[in-house]
Design a binder for this molecule. Structure first.
Ligand code: NAD
Length: 265
């Protein structure tokens, strides 16, 4: 039997990148549960298809489609947005969520140019291209909501460096803010989501010892990693009309990390 469907995104069409894992997976299922039709895009074709299967198992067929798209490739991003229009008729929400944190990304002296360029291509150009093609379509229907995933590292410096990643997420914040201002009168809203450290494959593969995990957790007042679903719920708020007077924000969902000087024992 299908699960009941809420109405916070009733009638809306959403495109989600990085939909095969972590935040993108949870957000795809949550958006579908609130009435959206979802285009699940990921460079990992099997991952995106598995997310669609999960949505179909919960809510029946016709709520989601998958596409293999590398957000570091402009043609792929264009095809991804076009799929929303050809399949469901329009696009109301874009969640530019896909991103990488490369294991060889380190400090200013040790990070190679290749890693720098790859990180910028996926984390920054991918967001730009998503916005570019979504804006064209959203103009035709009188607006929309675009959410770009940045990170708390765009707001706080870390002594455990990943310089290219940090710089890329700073660029996402600045780009989101400017897009919000430029397109405000067109009713296209842009907000950046700044997650804290999460218990998803992206970070857990990187923090592969208890020592590395604890080095981070000491800075989180809540004393735990966040869950992908907690970011999905924030993305739902930013996607829906509940946030209709919000644009240009750096929306932090970080267990209190950015508010802290000393954390509780
Ligand atoms: P994840 O690794 O669980 O999922 C990322 C997904 O993006 C994967 O399915 C992957 O296949 C896909 N992807 C990678 N490169 C891609 C590309 N070029 N094109 C399309 N898809 C691609 O990661 P997550 O934790 O869910 O992270 C999602 C976003 O949140 C990222 O932008 C990440 O930087 C950001 N973020 C994560 C954390 C954290 O602690 N996990 C903290 C702050 C910000």
């Amino acid at each position: 039997m299908s699960s009941p469907i809420g109405s916070r995104l009733a009638g809306k069409i959403a495109v989600i990148t990085g939909a095969g894992s972590g935040i993108g997976l949870e957000t795809s299922v949550l958006f579908a549960s609130e009435g959206a039709k979802v285009v699940c895009a990921d460079i990992n074709e099997a991952g995106a298809a598995a997310t669609v299967k999960k949505i179909e198992a919960a809510f029946g067929k016709g709520h989601a489609v998958s596409i293999r798209a590398d957000v570091g490739n402009e043609e792929d991003v264009k095809r991804m947005i076009q799929l929303a229009v050809t399949t469901f008729g329009k696009i109301n929400v874009l969640f530019n969520n896909a991103g990488i944190m490369h294991p060889a990304d380190d400090n200013a002296l040790t990070t190679s140019e290749d890693i720098w360029d790859l990180t910028m291509k996926i984390n920054v150009k991918g967001v730009w291209w998503g916005c570019k093609y979504a804006i064209e379509e959203m103009r035709k229907t009188g607006g929309g909501s675009i959410i770009n995933t940045a990170s708390f590292v765009a707001l706080r410096g870390a002594a455990t460096p990943q310089l290219a990643y940090t710089a890329s997420k700073g660029a996402v914040l600045a780009m989101t803010r400017e897009l919000a201002v430029v397109h405000a009168k067109e009713n296209i809203r842009f907000n950046a989501l700044c997650p804290g450290p999460l218990r998803t494959p992206l970070l857990m593969e990187f923090l592969n010892t208890e020592e590395k995990k604890n080095r981070r957790l000491v800075h989180v007042p809540m004393g735990r990693f966040g869950e992908a679903i907690e970011q999905a719920k924030a993305a739902l708020f930013l996607a829906s009309d509940d946030s209709s007077y919000m644009t240009g924000t750096d929306f932090t969902v970080d267990g209190g990390l950015c508010a802290a000087y000393v954390t509780p024992e």
